[in-house]
Design a protein around this ligand. Structure first.
Ligand code: BES
Ligand code: ZN
Length: 457
């Protein structure tokens, strides 16, 4: 094993350069004009996997973006099989003008690489590829069987991965899934995420008169769709920070007293968060702590709203329509399809007179919580300890990786969420970055995990 860790130390610079090459590909899945770039990123990963000497690596076309599947079964039967999952698609870099350096031209500042996808998820997913390289190229026998699944549609809800895993159950058979697409609890505080929230993502159009109107000539006579949108949206959350949609909380699993006390023991600094974000209060649903609210409670948030005049200066106009995007983060046992339906029904019910509404369901995903007794988590814990010098914390996270619930439902396996990112990495935001030290430690942790896993089986 020391050969493996030495190999990682000796090749650090080249690993970084390869990551930067991947980061230069603008593989934005939300935007169809980037489809060729998304494919390029897939090809890069397939070719990289082939170059490290993996037994099999192939690109599967789908109606959307390709899926990369790879396999290495040198360990043989009787040894655990780990399915590594990651995504090579990224969120749009907008708003572009807020980036200090261009999003697809990686640069290193203060020990971190800045680029869209640096942390979410190219940098994190690539740690496992380089950990495998270290095993395969340093002459040591890889102690576990590996399967790899990289997709290019995670950021749009994995529409083609779900059918792919259903159709390829036998090929994907494994003992567990290993994923690095979450955050550590804090800097130098490794953590294993054992829960993720689900998601229902909606779009609402409020439609008024058949054309824009002079706001003086018509003001006072019609229902302004933007005003109507504000009225509708303002009704969705009450003064206690609770979502008002009837039935919204019906299936929510409340935290047990044990879970509450585990949450209370996690080191969490609200003052530091206020400072980091430059805000004067941390708020949310009444009756729950911040940590509970951001991972074990459902939420409703507008992600965008538009309509009317947004250019320079003042234009006096009543817009003919207004639109909004709304995400709802969900927790066990909420069902995203049911929540989407409740949302749509409620919007229709509360819309004011004089406008029409149209509600669309973009995508959704189920929440997931892993059993803390799963043996793979102990192996992950030992690997973190070996590299970071401390035992990881166990926490639930607020973000979503929709396929995790499907891995459990379809393949019947747990996922180990071994994140190396930080919440301060600015994922989905301008100036996303990833600490190169954590990239390096991530590679080592992954390599160590493969070493120690067999003894826990
Ligand atoms: N890597 C994130 C999810 C994440 C981030 C989990 C931080 C925990 C901590 C992932 O790429 C992501 O952004 N997922 C989307 C899913 C959605 C588009 C279906 C999300 O959570 O918004
Ligand atoms: Zn993301």
């Amino acid at each position: 094993m020391s050969n493996v860790q030495n190999y990682i130390d000796q090749n650090q610079k080249r690993f970084e350069e390869e990551l930067f090459e991947l980061l230069r590909i603008p593989s934005v899945s939300t935007n169809s004009s980037h489809k060729p770039d998304v494919k390029k990123a897939a090809e890069f990963l397939r070719d990289n996997l082939i170059s490290i000497g993996i037994e099999k690596a192939e690109l599967h076309e789908t109606p959307g973006n390709p899926i990369i599947y790879a396999e290495h079964s040198e360990a043989g039967p009787g040894k655990p099989t780990v399915l590594i999952y990651g995504h090579y698609d990224v969120q749009p870099p907008d708003p572009l003008h807020l980036w200090k350096t261009p999003p697809f031209e990686p640069v290193v500042r203060n020990g971190a690489v800045y680029a869209r996808g640096a942390s979410d998820d190219k940098g994190q997913a690539f740690t496992h590829v380089k950990a495998l390289e270290a095993w395969l190229k340093s002459g040591e026998k890889l102690p576990v069987n590996i399967k790899i699944l990289f997709e290019g549609e995670e950021e749009i809800g994995s529409p083609n991965l779900v059918p792919f895993i259903k159709q390829n159950k036998e090929m994907l058979k494994c003992d567990m899934v290993l994923i690095s697409d979450t955050s550590m609890f804090a800097k130098d505080t490794p953590s294993i995420t054992y829960g993720l929230r689900g998601l229902a993502y909606m779009e609402v159009d409020v439609i008024g008169p058949n054309r824009d109107l002079h706001s003086g000539v018509y003001g006072g006579t019609i229902k302004n769709p933007l005003n109507a949108m504000c009225e509708i949206m303002a009704k969705l959350i009450d003064d206690d920070g609770r979502v008002t949609i009837p039935g919204f909380y019906d299936d929510v699993q409340e935290l047990t007293p044990e879970e509450k006390s585990a949450y209370a023991k996690l080191p969490y600094d609200e003052e530091a968060l206020k400072k980091e974000l430059d805000i004067d209060a941390i708020t949310g649903e009444k009756g729950y702590t911040t940590l509970e609210r951001r991972s074990a409670r459902p939420t409703l948030d507008m992600n965008g709203m538009w309509g009317g005049y947004q250019g320079e200066g003042a234009k006096t106009v009543l817009p003919s329509m207004a639109s909004a995007k709304v995400s709802m983060r969900l927790v066990p046992d909420q069902d995203h399809k049911k929540i989407a339906r409740l949302f749509a029904d409620y919007i229709h019910q509360i819309k004011p007179e004089g406008v029409r509404v149209e509600v669309r369901d973009h995508h959704g995903g189920e929440p997931a919580v892993t059993d803390l007794h799963f043996y793979g988590l102990q192996a992950a814990s030992e690997a973190f300890h070996a590299v970071y010098g401390k035992k990881p914390l166990f926490s639930r996270e607020g973000g979503s990786i929709p396929i995790v619930a499907d891995f459990e439902k379809v393949l019947g396996v747990n996922s180990i969420l071994m994140g190396f990112g930080l919440n301060s990495d600015s994922i989905h935001s301008p100036n996303e970055h990833f600490s190169l030290n954590d990239f390096h430690r991530g590679i080592k942790t992954s390599a160590k995990f493969f070493e120690v896993l067999p003894k826990y089986k």
